[in-house]
Design a protein around this ligand. Structure first.
Ligand code: ADP
Ligand code: MG
Length: 263
C-alpha cells in the first residue's frame, strides 16, 4: 500500500456491470457509469427503483451480487467490491462520505456534536484533543451551526441541523466523494433550501464529487450536473440535468417529470 497521488487519467469512480439481488428480488441490475472529480451526479426514480441499493453497494455497505466499483484512491484504482475488509473500512472512514436520510442512522445521538465530528478524525489516527476540538469548531461553522452548540447532543438539534452535522462529520476527513441518500427528505421546504445552499457552497469550495440519490427532481436539478434515471433496478435514461428535466426522452422519465409517478 503506497500513498501515491490518485491517477488523474482515470475517473474518480467507475461503476461496472453492478448488480444486487436480494435472494430472487432485484435491487439493481447492470449499472454502469463513471464519475469525474468535482462532478455531482443525481440518481432519481420512484420509490423501489433501486436508488438506495445502488448507493449502498457503492459505499460498501452491502455485498454486491455482481460487478465492480472502482475507486481512484490514494492506494490505486481499487475495486471496492473485491478489496479486503481493512482497506474498505479505511476508505469508507476517510475518503468516502455517506450521508443518510435519517440522521439517527448517520449520527451517534448519545455523543455531542463535536464528538460526532471528532470521531472520524480519531478513527483516522488524530489524538490531539485541542486540535480535534478546533477542527470540529471550524466544521460547525462551515455547515452554519452555531459553535456554542459543540457540546450539545444531536437530539437537541432540529432536523436540518442534524443533517448539516452529518455532513460535517463526513467531510471532516476531506473525502474525495460524498454519497447522499435522500438527504433533504422529511425536511420543511425552507429547511431543505438552507441545506441545499450549504451543500452547494461546500461542493464548489472543496471541489467535491457527489452522488445524490433523491426522488425530488427539484433537489436533483439544483445540485447535480448530470442525472441518471432508474426504473425497476436499471438506468433507463441519463444526461445533463437540465436536458433530462426539460426534454425527457424516455416515457418513464416523462411521467416522472410530469409528476404522474408519485414517489
Ligand atoms: P429506492 O431507494 O429507489 O426506493 P431500494 O434500493 O430501497 O429502492 O429498493 C429496490 C428494490 O430492492 C425494491 O424492490 C425493494 O423492495 C428491494 N429491497 C431493498 N432492500 C431490500 C432488502 N433488504 N431485502 C429484500 N429486498 C430489498
Ligand atoms: Mg431509497
Amino acid at each position: 500500500m503506497t500513498g501515491n497521488v490518485p491517477d488523474k487519467s482515470l475517473p474518480l469512480l467507475k461503476v461496472q456491470n453492478l448488480s444486487k439481488f436480494y435472494g430472487k428480488n432485484m435491487g439493481c441490475h447492470d449499472i454502469n457509469f463513471e464519475l469525474a472529480e468535482g462532478e455531482v451526479i443525481g440518481v432519481v426514480g420512484e420509490s423501489g427503483s433501486g436508488k438506495s441499493t445502488l448507493l449502498k453497494c457503492i459505499a460498501g455497505k452491502i455485498n454486491t451480487t455482481n460487478g465492480s466499483v472502482f475507486f481512484n484512491s490514494l492506494y490505486g484504482f481499487v475495486d471496492l467490491c473485491q478489496c479486503d475488509e481493512l482497506l474498505l473500512r479505511q476508505l469508507t472512514r476517510t475518503q468516502i462520505g455517506y450521508v443518510t436520510q435519517n440522521s439517527v442512522d448517520g449520527l451517534r445521538m448519545n455523543i455531542s456534536a463535536g464528538g460526532n465530528i471528532g470521531e472520524r478524525l480519531m478513527a483516522n489516527g488524530m489524538r490531539n484533543y485541542s486540535q480535534i476540538r478546533k477542527i470540529a469548531l471550524e466544521w460547525l461553522e462551515k455547515v452554519e451551526i452555531e459553535t456554542n452548540r459543540i457540546d450539545d447532543l444531536p437530539t437537541t438539534f432540529s432536523g436540518g441541523m442534524q443533517q448539516r452535522l452529518q455532513i460535517a462529520a463526513n467531510l471532516v476527513t476531506d473525502p474525495k466523494i460524498i454519497l447522499m441518500d435522500e438527504p433533504t427528505s422529511g425536511l420543511d421546504v425552507s429547511v431543505q433550501a438552507r441545506l441545499i445552499d450549504v451543500l452547494r457552497k461546500l461542493v464548489s469550495r472543496l471541489r467535491l464529487s457527489m452522488i445524490l440519490v433523491t426522488h425530488d427532481l427539484a433537489v436533483a436539478r439544483m445540485l447535480s450536473h448530470r442525472l441518471y434515471v432508474m426504473k425497476e433496478g436499471k438506468i433507463v435514461e441519463s444526461g445533463l440535468s437540465d436536458q433530462i428535466l426539460d426534454d425527457p426522452r424516455e416515457p418513464y422519465t416523462q411521467l416522472l417529470v410530469s409528476s404522474v409517478l408519485k414517489p
